[in-house]
Design a protein around this ligand. Structure first.
Ligand SMILES: [Zn+2]
Length: 320
């Protein structure tokens, strides 16, 4: 099950307060519903691909209006997609649509934005957002690449209403136009967490926050590791240079002809190319400090540099 589907399942299992049911159902019907004119009176059809959302709409309609809607399942065969569930309501439709603040009382005039009457209490504001998310919301799983939560709505005025409602809760939501309508979205991980909290998706919120914290931690661990790797690379590069120099001395002079202290360091370095200077000091027959090793290594490096200088002059063709 996708992260969005898990959240939706959780949301439909919440017991909504009686005052909140109208707001939640209003968002669901407005965003997933359509009105069909029929000889016996208009029929309202609410469609969703999510079975728990379908059950939830059915229950809310029954609880609020004491009606008996039908539930239909349509299988999408052509496209390998989810089933479509449809709640069909054919009684008291005009009254229900006006009670839900979708059409104006006694007319078929659509209410613009969100009817303020639905949003009087803070709990009902949250319920409206919950309904909107159930109807047309999705959120990326926190372990996917990026944080993204969005709700799609057909009408600009309604999306503006959702945007205002989200930003009433300081969620930093924004809106863009898409082919199918207007999308209100949140991009910040902490704000998506707050949104999940506001709509009441608490188990998913915990999962979301755990993964988010793990991800942030992993990022800072990676930064540390990169830093250490850089230091390690420096040590290795220095050791490589030293070995190159020692090899040059070996071939030009012979290590056996070096003063004993330098010879010890040179031979130990060749045997242990991967240790740092402090460790190298501990590997010598008579243990010495890092600075003592450093001093001897510098001598070897200077010696090699001189050999290179001399090599150059003798290799260069005479100008006379
Ligand atoms: Zn309420």
């Amino acid at each position: 099950m996708s992260f969005s589907a898990t959240i939706k399942k959780e949301l439909t299992q919440l017991e909504a307060k009686p005052c909140c049911r109208r707001a939640e159902l209003s968002a669901l019907v407005r965003m997933n519903g359509s009105v069909q004119p029929k000889p016996g009176g208009p029929v309202v059809e609410i469609t969703t691909e999510n079975p728990s959302t379908a059950r939830h709409v059915f229950t809310l309609l029954k609880q609020l209006f004491q009606v008996q809607p039908e539930i239909l399942v349509r299988r999408k065969i052509r496209l390998k997609k989810n089933n479509v569930y449809m709640i069909r309501l054919s009684e008291k439709t005009a009254w229900i649509l006006s009670m839900l603040g979708i059409f104006r009382k006694g007319s078929w005039e659509r209410v613009e934005g969100i009817l303020p009457d639905l949003l009087k209490k803070p709990c009902c504001k949250r319920a409206y957002l919950r309904g909107a998310f159930l109807a047309a919301g999705s959120v990326n799983s926190p372990d996917s690449g990026s944080y993204h939560m969005e709700i799609l709505s057909t009408y600009h005025d309604h999306s503006q209403g959702l945007l205002d409602l989200m930003n009433h809760f300081h969620l930093h939501a924004r809106m863009i136009e898409r082919k199918k309508g207007y999308v209100v979205y949140i991009k910040e991980g902490d704000k998506i967490g707050e949104f999940l909290n506001i709509i009441g998706a608490h188990p998913s919120l915990l999962r979301f926050e755990n993964i988010r914290i793990m991800k942030d931690m992993r990022n800072s661990v990676n930064r540390l590791v990169n830093c250490e790797t850089a230091n390690l690379n420096k040590t290795i590069q220095a050791a490589m240079r030293q070995i190159e120099n020692i090899r040059l001395i070996e071939s030009e002079i012979g290590l056996e002809n070096l003063p004993p202290r330098l010879r010890e360091v040179a031979e130990t370095r060749l045997r242990h190319p991967d240790v740092n200077l402090a460790e190298l000091g501990q590997l010598l027959p008579e243990k010495v400090s890092k600075s003592a090793v450093n001093h001897r290594i510098r001598k070897l490096n200077e010696m090699a540099e001189k050999l290179r200088e001399n090599g150059k002059t003798s290799d260069e063709p005479s100008s006379t």
